[in-house]
Design a protein around this ligand. Structure first.
Ligand SMILES: *[C@@H]1O[C@H](CO)[C@@H](O)[C@H](O)[C@H]1NC(C)=O
Ligand SMILES: *[C@@H]1O[C@H](CO)[C@@H](O)[C@H](O)[C@H]1NC(C)=O
Ligand SMILES: *[C@@H]1O[C@H](CO)[C@@H](O)[C@H](O)[C@H]1NC(C)=O
Ligand SMILES: *[C@@H]1O[C@H](CO)[C@@H](O)[C@H](O)[C@H]1NC(C)=O
Length: 462
């Protein structure tokens, strides 16, 4: 019998390790906006969602017909309490109670309401509803509690990226100072107390369109690119989207809120725009949304939080013909009102066809999902510095430099940068990726995906 113990223990340990190291997969949901006069009936829309394998949807209100159509669909729903109601809810607990009774408990759990977005981009609301936000959330919480729903339904509020004072580099992310004490800090405290998460609306499109001379389109669209190294934390960003999220994380850390989960409640790219809306177009929209879906469904998080899966709601299900503003505003949809696709991208894991799954696995290798990190040479450090650091790493440093000697597996490409990267990474891994072990006086930096130098494999996690 004792002979059994070892294999059992070993396989138990193995499965614990594979759980610990497996990248948790993220989720893709979709915003079902309805500022249009030509959309299909809600019952037809629910059929469309099901046919696409979409399991998470976000609404901008609590429309009765929509919530009824979603009943028994097993689709998780985020509803929104509109900004116009914030002042009434904040000033009147009985108003909040009635709203929860009529708009939430009336439908839940037949309609699987998982969260309420209290307001939407409130700090950017021209009607100045910011002061009502936290009191409104607290009153809704009290109401949920009365209906015994506080443990099954989360409360949060989507913030726009314009809440940030600074977002570049991501490690320097900070909130607008005038928002911090009055609203952001109390909001984050509340989210932490209730084990909720921050909702973030992030549009790399806006940043790109406004700075297309400085931001690479490939970087904005999750395509192959050299990435951007954050001079503050040494991490290399392969997409603007991830840089934006980490800027929000940094802004939270800067005011003392660590480990707050985030859900991206809106992101998207318009398939059409006005002449001055640089980057708008079908091809770019398909690239952004398609690559984002693949990125999310293959697992892993941002460079700063590689273990946290990405949970993202695309904007939006349909083109909405009655939205005001520039042409782009009416062209964020993945579907036309007649339910034809504006462009073809996978929306659910089951839809990632064999080809696409292969592509996803390849991009998974580039955008490392497992939370591992590597150390590579900073070419900008200059030849002299790199050579000195390489000599140190392979000498006193104790890095394993045999693979980069002539005739060995990692000799090619035979460049100083490739060899230095190999040596720096070996050193960094041997030092258990400790703080400061990937620096070499600025000659190296940490990356969140395996370095790519020919066929050379870079070890991780000694
Ligand atoms: C409902 O959805 C959950 C989560 O997406 C899933 O685990 C479960 O199997 C689904 N149930 C049914 C009956 O489809
Ligand atoms: C939501 O609640 C408000 C306030 O009680 C009520 O006036 C409104 O009719 C409700 N909406 C729906 C769709 O039930
Ligand atoms: C501001 O509030 C007024 C009155 O409630 C409303 O008619 C208007 O649509 C609101 N404007 C915005 C931008 O929300
Ligand atoms: C919004 O409210 C703040 C604080 O209550 C006030 O300082 C500001 O002038 C108001 N802005 C508008 C446009 O009403």
């Amino acid at each position: 019998m004792t002979s059994f113990k070892l294999p059992v223990l070993a396989s138990l340990l193995l499965s614990i390790f594979s759980i610990a190291f497996a990248a948790e997969k993220g989720s893709i949901g979709i915003n079902y906006g309805r500022i249009a006069n030509d959309l299909p009936a809600p019952t037809k829309v629910v059929e469309l969602l099901k046919s696409q394998g979409i399991t998470n949807v976000k609404l901008f209100d609590t429309d009765a017909a929509v919530l009824t159509a979603l009943a028994d669909s097993n689709i998780s729903v985020v509803v929104c309490l509109p900004n116009e109601l914030l002042s009434s809810v904040a000033n009147d607990q009985s108003f909040a109670d009635k709203w929860v009774q009529a708009n939430i408990s009336h439908y839940h759990p037949k309609t699987k309401i998982e969260a309420i977005a209290v307001g939407n981009e409130v700090f950017a609301d021209k009607n100045n509803t910011t002061d009502f936000l936290v009191p409104a959330i607290k009153n809704i919480y009290t109401s949920l509690n009365k209906y015994n729903l506080d443990s099954s339904i989360k409360l949060s509020t989507p913030i726009a990226l314009s809440a940030l004072q600074n977002s570049y580099p991501p490690s320097a992310g900070s909130f607008k100072p005038d928002l911090v004490q009055p609203v952001i800090k109390p909001l984050l405290d509340f989210l932490q107390q209730t084990r909720s998460y921050l909702m973030v609306n992030a549009y790399p499109f806006f940043a790109y369109a406004a700075n297309s001379d400085q931001i690479s389109l490939d970087y904005a669209l999750f395509k192959q690119n050299a990435g951007n190294v954050d001079s503050g934390n040494g991490l290399r960003y392969m997409s603007l989207f991830e840089a934006q999220l980490d800027a929000v994380s940094a802004a939270m850390s800067a005011i003392g809120t660590k480990d707050m989960k985030m859900v991206v409640t809106e992101t998207g790219w318009p398939s059409n725009g006005d002449e001055n809306e640089i980057g708008a177009g079908k091809e770019n929209a398909a690239a952004y949304n398609g690559n984002l879906v693949r990125r999310v469904l293959t697992g892993g998080g941002t460079p700063l939080k590689p273990q946290d899966p990405l949970n993202v709601y695309l904007f939006a299900l349909f083109n909405e013909n009655q939205k005001p503003g520039p042409t782009s505003e009416r062209n964020y949809g993945l579907f036309y009102p007649d339910e034809k696709k504006v462009y073809d991208i996978p929306l659910a894991a089951a839809e990632l066809s064999n080809d696409q799954a292969t592509a996803a696995n390849e991009s998974k290798a580039q955008v490392k999902p497992s939370g591992n990190t590597w150390c590579v040479a900073n070419e900008k450090a200059g030849e002299e510095k790199l050579q000195a650091a390489l000599d140190y790493a392979c000498g006193e440093g104790g890095a394993d430099c045999r693979p980069i000697t002539d005739g060995s597996t990692c000799f090619n490409p035979n460049t100083l940068e490739a060899h230095a990267s190999y040596a720096f990474n070996s050193y960094y891994q041997k030092k258990a990726r400790g703080t400061g072990t990937c620096n070499f006086g600025g000659a190296a930096y940490v990356v969140a995906q395996p370095p790519s130098y020919g066929t050379c494999e870079f070890p991780t996690g000694y």
